[in-house]
Write a new protein. Sequence first.
Length: 222
Amino acid sequence: MNRAALFDVDGTLTDTNHLHVTAWWEALRQAGHHVPMHAVHRAIGLPGEDLLDHLLGEDRDHSDDHRLSVAHDTLYATYFDRLPAFDSAAELLRALSQAGWKVLLVTSAKDRELKALREAIGADDAITDTATSDDVEQGKPAPDPVQHALDLAKVPPGRAVFVGDSVWDMKAAERAGVAVVGLLCGGIPREDLEEAGAVAVYRDPADLLAGLGTSPFARVPA
């Protein structure tokens, strides 16, 4: 198993981006920040502090950051018992694992949230390891999380494929030298994903699974 399949989670394997949008929008509203939902959506995929920098500016008063993050986490946690995985997400991970790929999750989620997401996906038997933003100094779009996942898998960039749904995913994987596949199910347009580095774009995990034999995964020899 000297090939690594790296997957973002929110918006890629689980239909949770808009739950995060709602939780961040409400947390920001409660603190007196009026940020349009479409702007929050475009920031999903960034670690919490970077998301707030992106939405509120780096020169803001940072004293409320912890309270904002706690409010988001508390609101989002109300969905933990019913987080939806995309159709064929588990089957996609298992198909790659059975074909000899090491399957790793590369995510900003941690602790209870990550546990709930893994339960929603229901494919722990196919997952080799998980790399979170807590493991590195900088989260996406920096290459650090992807490079950390490569280190965990013990494979070079040319032996890996990354699958994600956000511009931040595309940029992080490309900067790490990994071929990157974009999925449209997170709500970001095809053109934006391609401009950020996607070498192929699919509708969702089911579409990628159906086209696995001609996808970038097929270009990495066993």
